[in-house]
Design a protein. Structure first.
Length: 113
């Protein structure tokens, strides 16, 4: 059974930084793509960034140049470094293993103006 555990969220002022982490268990981590999504109440869950097994990355336009996704295969962990945070980045953030339906509990990020 795949388990995903996100951490690192919190309350931060605009312009601040946070680093989210997600630890996966119950699956082979090395040869899969990984992604971070975010969701606000009543809204759909949207892709924020992904990293493929070869290290290639993709970001949505609104976070390009501010967020960095990375992975530590030896620790089954994916990170999302978030810099210059804006109030519109506030959401619950979830990690995902591309191709699998599993989700963790998410971690809340709140950015105050």
């Amino acid at each position: 059974q795949v388990q995903l555990v996100e951490s690192g969220g919190g309350l931060v002022q605009a312009g601040g930084s946070l680093t989210l982490s997600c630890v996966a268990s119950g699956t082979i981590f090395t040869n899969v793509g990984l992604a971070w999504y975010r969701q606000n109440p009543g809204k759909q869950r949207d892709l924020v960034a992904l990293i493929r097994s070869d290290g290639d990355t993709h970001y949505i336009d609104s976070v390009k140049g501010r967020f960095i996704i990375s992975r530590e295969n030896s620790k089954n962990t994916v990170h999302l470094q978030m810099n210059n945070l804006k109030p519109e980045d506030s959401a619950t953030y979830y990690c995902s293993i591309i191709g699998l339906p599993d989700w963790g509990q998410g971690t809340q990020v709140t950015v105050s103006a």
